[in-house]
Ligand binder design. Sequence first.
Ligand code: MN
Length: 493
Amino acid sequence: MLETPPYKLITAEDLFSVITKNPSLYHLDLMRQAYDFASRAHKGQKRKTGEDYIHHPLAVSYRLASMHFDEATVIAGLLHDVPEDTNISLNDIQRNFGLEVANLVDGVTKLGKLRYQGVDRYAENLRKMFISMAEDVRVLFIKFIDRIHNLTTLSILPPDKQKRIASESLQIYAQIAHRLGIREIRTEMEDLAFSYLLPTEYVETKKLFEERMPLANKNVSEAAEQLQEHLKKEKVPFISIQSRVKHLFALYQKLQRREIDRIYDIVALRVITKTEGDCYRTLGSIHGLWRPFPDRLKDFIAIPKPNGYQSIHTTVFMPNGSPLECQIRTEEMHENAEFGIAAHFIYKHKGGESTKHLEWLKRLQEWQKEVGDNDKFLEAIKMDFFEERIFVFTPRGDAIDLPLGATPLDFAYHIHSEVGNGCVGSYINQVLKPLQTPLKNGDVVEIVVDKNRKHPSEEWLKFTKTHQAQDHIKTALNKEKRSLIERLFSTKK
Ligand code: MN
């Protein structure tokens, strides 16, 4: 739930109680040294809210340690405002804490104190964030936590400034957190920003939520008990049954489309299992116990969401007639859903790289280098990044991530520019379909290539959604025009 001021002041004691609980992750001596270093550097400085400045880096570091981030990240959290706000230089940090910490602090400093000033600034901020994300994604996590803490103390600023920072948090930070699949950060950021941006709507949503919560909670905990017995009886192994509460901004968004009485997942039931097979066994068992809603089963295990989210969702009727949403996932899927790409760093010890995220980052980084000016970058970002995306498959089963509305041509150019240029037809789910057919999530796409066809048609620009495809088509068309002109000139001679 949203913490409203007066918020809890994080002290050195709070930080060290987390540190000492995790001796395998953190060296107490080094952490103490980092704390002393930061508190000397910020000595005498105050925050606008009146407390000593050190409480801000302490809060950031404390949160990172609570999420079990690695030692360098937690130290960088303590030092993140030192080069910007004090006389101590980055070199001093490097001398005392090494290059890794210094690089992280430098990354956060470069992201800068974001001041939202119109569209250019917006694009520039996005660009900065992508660059740092590509260099070391941990920089972004420190910045996210920094921003969340700044949002909790935003009420001290004048309302117009509050709104500006809140809207930037919602439009940039929360979107990126969502894209990276970090639910914990995204939901907290969204609810904080929501409270400043739309205060009336926030209060109304909160009131509605609080009215509905007691009954919803009661239903879910009764259902959890019933299900637990049932699973035990049927010998279906599971780790735990929990409840998941919808965050206020998500509820507000859903209320724009649906009445409160038709929102079934304010509180949902969540079953965590050990294996994927146990997920499906649990699903079968749930459908045996309670009657499922038709058409409400979503299998995001077989077909993950574009940000990598995996889980099974089903809605069932309770004996009293009220609907209940159940989510079923493995422990690993759960960690990924809560922490997304961060899970890779937090749960490093368990191995298992989330390659999907890393590959996406790599592509974004390459593409970011190609796109020169900010306006174009922003336009492209809006198009390819913020819009909803779909997953389609090659005949061999490789998943390809495309924007909503993409066609077989986008698919072909994603594979290779020559596949795109030589494309003469496409099979969608083994049926021959026109090249301008919009693809749907889960489609299997096969491209028919004619090796003799080497150039795209100008029409194709209308049937493509990705910048990648359009750039290739334009390049090929220009080349064709050039060779035509050359041929004309050479015949004239
Ligand atoms: Mn800060």
